[in-house]
Design a protein. Sequence first.
Length: 643
Amino acid sequence: MPNVTFKFEDGTETVVAVTAGENLLEVARKANVAIDAPCSGNGSCGKCKVKYLNGELNSEKTRHISDQDYAEGWRLSCVSTITGDVEVMVPDIASAYKSRMKVADLSSKEEIAIFDRAKKDVEESGISFENDFSVAELQMEMPTLDDTMPDNERLIWAVQSVADAEKVKLTYQVLKKLPDVLRDNEFHINAIYRKDENGVLVYDVLPLEEKRICAAAIDIGTTTVSAVILDMKSGELLAKASAGNGQIRYGADVINRIIESTKEGGREKLQKAIIQETINPMLQNMCRAAKIPEDRIYHMCIASNTTMNHLFAGINADPLRMEPYIPAFFETDNLFAYDLGIQIHQDARIVIAPNIGSYVGGDITAGTLVSMIWNKPEFNLFIDLGTNGEIVFGNSDFMMSCACSAGPAFEGGDISCGMRATDGAIEACTIDAKTMEPTFKIVGNEGQKAVGLCGSGIIDVIAELFRCRIISPKGKFVREGRRVRHDEYGIGSYVLVFKEDAAGHKDVVINEVDIDNFIRAKGAIFSAICTMIRSLDFDVSMIENVYVAGGIGSGINMKNAVTIGMFPDIEIEKFHYIGNSSLTGAYSMVLSRQAEEKVYDLSHNMTYMELSTDPGYMDEFVAACFLPHTDTSLFPSVIQEDI
């Protein structure tokens, strides 16, 4: 039985026993080795590259690997068959989507300002930031031979008196620890409880010095997962983190993951990837940073798209991809931590922000809350940029939503040197029109070298290449120079960082295939906007504000987004970047009972438009796959520039 040795650039390695004839990518998946495979291993994306070191590996050459790279040992793992003992090196860029979990420094004002702003905006609409959780200091009489009341009744009586409730229940977790906590603290303790219309549920009993009630809010994106831990009484952020979604090795988009989930054991693998490999480690690291135990988290809110909700809950998502596209649920209120294996307090209630359609989920309903378009009389547009581009248009009288498949390009997927907006990502760029030399900003500490490009950086680079007439409206290179290259297939590329100055093993480049992928992604967004507004007999001149969300960088250069034809050509002052609205919406829901109820109300009153059934959508999409558009009259400010 042969062995496969996966070696990593940090000097570590993983050895796996296999059967001759197995596929290298499948072996890596089974061994939990992170290799990016956005196309789920069908050979079309070219991102699952590994470097063959020695041994027996049958791997055909593909169009994604140049003659020089093939000679140097680069192979696509999805088309490689193991025939004997073999050693391969997994480069950092192959797993850039997962590139190191990041726990934020909350001493940075920028990290918490967006949550403060969201809370302030929602409160100003009249929504109170109060919740059902309380902590009560209880002093009970110690039992004697004359007072033999059992511990649970003694606690129930004490809670009844402070909570003004007749019906009080104790969780099993409380009952297990109750005798020890009472006697270790001479029957003088704190009780954590939740009061609602059904009575009081006691979640925990603690020593007097421990009184903090914590909750978690999590945005499960198709590519990236972001989370915060907060104090439920003050709203204070205690920790914040982000990481790649562990499911991405099963496909970059929701359709590939749904297909993977239908295979034997697939549903369990995908649920394990998001909960055990992604969420639980994030919670563990955040709790360590906040200096609190995981079981101090008593409440959680999840905001994610409809497919991610199903895969998170371990529920069959296959009907979502087949007409008539029916989900198992839009809303659910019966999930708890012990149901899903989430490592927080086992009786913690898991709230999932409601879905409103097969491709418009809780990330949008939660995001709509903090966008505040529902509370304004003027017509506004809310856009969430991610693997699925979701759009809401409306005002305080009505709202319409739709979703388009933008692909993972906005978060670095389908881009040869693409990555998440984490350390080493180029997030902003300008190019000198004469010399074609770039100047850019890199995520991370001073001195950080470039690893790749995140979404905001890709927007800037393509806009600058177009402005400087280095590429044509079709995205093809039309100028030559030190930084412009063509491979043996004639595919052009632009070198942002030469390998000697980069953090990885090769140049950081963007090529014509990358540009084409991004043009299709931006085209999907613009055509969805046009289709939805046209269906209402409106036009873009009626848009008063555009609120853009998505964790694709520290911000988006709105002018550049208009230049490439991703957003309508209206006054730049009307655009507002509001960050990860899905996460701030989940934060609001977990902190405020009224905010949670408002999100449900928004979901019930939002019209969902299925773009795939609109006869004009594909025509709009094809027309938008150009820089900035085939109809240049739609972008007068771009055409008037000296480009």
